[in-house]
Write a protein that binds this ligand. Structure first.
Ligand SMILES: [Zn+2]
Length: 93
């Protein structure tokens, strides 16, 4: 059964041509919205996320765990400033 009209792995390899199967899975599951998409469609969302990740890595920066932006928060080394601020916000009950 074919779920998508494109190959998610081939899309990942457009941005990371040397990625093996394990790395492709990691990139899909950890740096894109895979398998849930809510903005403009799966292929476009994957490309958008990986383009963003590629840009961050090419700049020599570590990506945020949540959004692929540069992890530059002064409060949490795994997050960018925006995600760090959002995570620190008090939750509504
Ligand atoms: Zn972030």
């Amino acid at each position: 059964m074919k779920c998508f009209p494109f190959s998610p792995a081939a899309t990942v390899r457009k941005f990371f041509p040397n990625a093996d199967d394990k790395q492709v899975d990691y990139l899909l599951w950890n740096h894109t919205g895979w398998p849930c998409f809510w903005r403009t469609g799966a292929e476009r969302d994957i490309k958008h996320s990986l383009r963003h990740l590629r840009r961050t890595l090419d700049a020599g920066k570590k990506p945020c765990d949540l959004c692929n932006d540069a992890a530059d928060s002064p409060y949490d080394e795994r997050l960018c400033r925006w995600c760090s601020r959002a995570m620190a916000r008090p939750r509504r009950e």
